[in-house]
Design a protein around this ligand. Structure first.
Ligand code: SF4
Ligand code: SF4
Ligand code: FES
Length: 246
């Protein structure tokens, strides 16, 4: 007996048209159509930013950024893959010069935030819906707490950087805001201190040794078998069955 009919839609990816099942993410739809991604896809959970693409709907003007693993494929989408966006690694020395506050330090590392012309392109393009222009303004005003909170879900995809007429690296400035605010303005996290103690005391050493001895195939199998927090688990409620490592 034939199964229920699945509606199909047409999307274009890098100039080639594919007829795919409706109701899928762009990533799943393209994989079902036979594409295999060995680059440009990472966590599949909307966290790493590796699957960032640009797309527009046929006959519509706005070009938007999206995450293939999160955005639903829609009929008429024309998608452009972005396997790589050159970027400067954000290395921050966390010691403060005696004359600098954390707020001033972030501004001196990223003085270009003062050149923001408030065009709003970054906020319009952000695939996870962050008000990027908003957090740039907070960094300018020295409000690192708000900037840290507002940028918390940034996946470092760099889409905002692509369109900034003032050459601001918004995600790196936000990373500095989170780092300096966390280091100097928040109370130290007890659970983090405990975790570090465990690392330094050698608690995980035998596990690391065991993992290093695995072949690539064995390592992949171990990764596939890992216990994973369900996507719909309410925050703070899930614990793995094997608690020997926590
Ligand atoms: S703030 Fe920029 S780098 Fe971060 S997710 Fe949004 S567009 Fe990507
Ligand atoms: S794209 Fe650049 S100049 Fe425009 S609002 Fe964003 S940070 Fe400011
Ligand atoms: S694969 Fe990591 S955000 Fe999509």
């Amino acid at each position: 007996m034939a199964g229920p009919k699945v509606a199909t839609i047409t999307i274009a990816f890098d100039g080639t048209e594919y007829t795919v099942s409706a109701g899928r993410t762009i990533l799943v739809a393209l994989e079902e159509a036979g594409l295999r991604f060995v680059r440009g896809v990472g966590c599949r959970g909307g966290v790493c930013g590796a699957c960032t693409v640009l797309y527009r709907m046929r006959d519509a003007h706005p070009l938007v950024a999206g995450l293939m693993c999160q955005d639903e494929a829609k009929h008429g989408m024309e998608i452009l893959s972005l396997p790589y966006i050159p970027q400067k690694k954000a290395v921050h020395r966390m010691e403060l010069p005696p004359e600098n506050s954390p707020e001033y330090q972030v501004l001196s590392l990223y003085p270009e935030v003062n050149n923001c012309v408030m065009c709003g392109e970054c906020s319009r393009l952000c695939p996870v819906g962050i008000d990027v222009m908003g957090y740039v303004g907070m960094i300018k005003r020295g409000d690192l707490r708000s900037a840290a909170q507002q940028s918390f879900t940034c996946v470092q995809c760099q889409a905002c950087v692509l369109r900034c007429p003032s050459s601001i690296s918004q995600p790196n400035a936000a990373l500095a805001a989170r780092r300096f605010h966390g280091r100097y303005r928040e109370a130290p996290a007890e659970h983090l201190a405990k975790a570090l103690e465990k690392v330094e005391s050698g608690h995980y050493r035998s596990l690391f040794r065991k993992v290093r001895r695995l072949s690539g195939v064995e390592f992949q199998a171990l990764y596939q078998r890992r216990e994973r927090e369900p996507d719909d688990a309410p925050p703070g409620t899930w614990l793995p069955e094997d608690r020997s490592l926590i």
